[in-house]
Ligand binder design. Sequence first.
Ligand code: SF4
Length: 146
Amino acid sequence: MLYNDSMFYSNGLYFKCTQCSACCRHTPGIVRLSERDINNLTEFLGLGVNEFLQKFCRSIYNPQGYRSFSLIETAEYDCIFWDGGCTVYEARPVQCRTYPFWSSILRDQKSWDDEAMSCPGIGSGDFYSAEKVNEIRKQYEDEYYD
Ligand code: SF4
């Protein structure tokens, strides 16, 4: 994907996670898993891939239409790995590592502002230049869209 000077964040963006856990809890959602995410998590947890998939994952279809996996949630819609905080933080998926610099959120100013309604870390804290934002955005896209 090409990024150009017309991007709304050409002067950079501000973000710092306040660790409120709002993005990890209380709302149903998808945490997509790439092959690398699964390898990192199985290594971290000391589990085989099949056991990990059976215990912690559900099948989904990604935007390209092929089968993939997402983490499951508790009955309260908490991430299955949330327990007073992220229990797999060192091995968390790229989706979690690159938030909020996802293509869908960076589509335009409105998408960014809308996301800020549910994430108090958006719009203040650390400065990210447009180059840095694009670097993180590319990590997300390379992980899930190639
Ligand atoms: S909602 Fe935002 S501030 Fe809260 S834990 Fe998630 S990324 Fe951090």
